[in-house]
Design a protein around this ligand. Structure first.
Ligand SMILES: [Zn+2]
Ligand SMILES: [Zn+2]
Length: 66
């Protein structure tokens, strides 16, 4: 029996934990894959002035607050 597991593990760049299930979402600022625990949807102003909720990792959120 061959187990063709094509699902590749992904790792959260904040907590460095490997995840075998699901798909990691990329931060819209640093484009690094982040787990749901460390990714928050924050309103980001678009050039048109419209606020759009974008996924931003906690690292970029802290950096933006400084
Ligand atoms: Zn994480
Ligand atoms: Zn980020």
């Amino acid at each position: 029996m061959s187990d063709d597991d094509q699902q590749s593990a992904w790792m959260c760049h904040v907590c460095d934990r490997p995840f075998l299930t699901g798909v990691g979402e990329a931060c819209s600022v640093c484009y690094k894959v982040t787990c749901p625990q460390h990714l928050k949807r924050v309103p980001v102003a678009q050039p048109s002035g419209v606020l759009v909720l974008e996924p931003v990792c906690v690292t970029c959120q802290l950096a933006g607050m400084l």
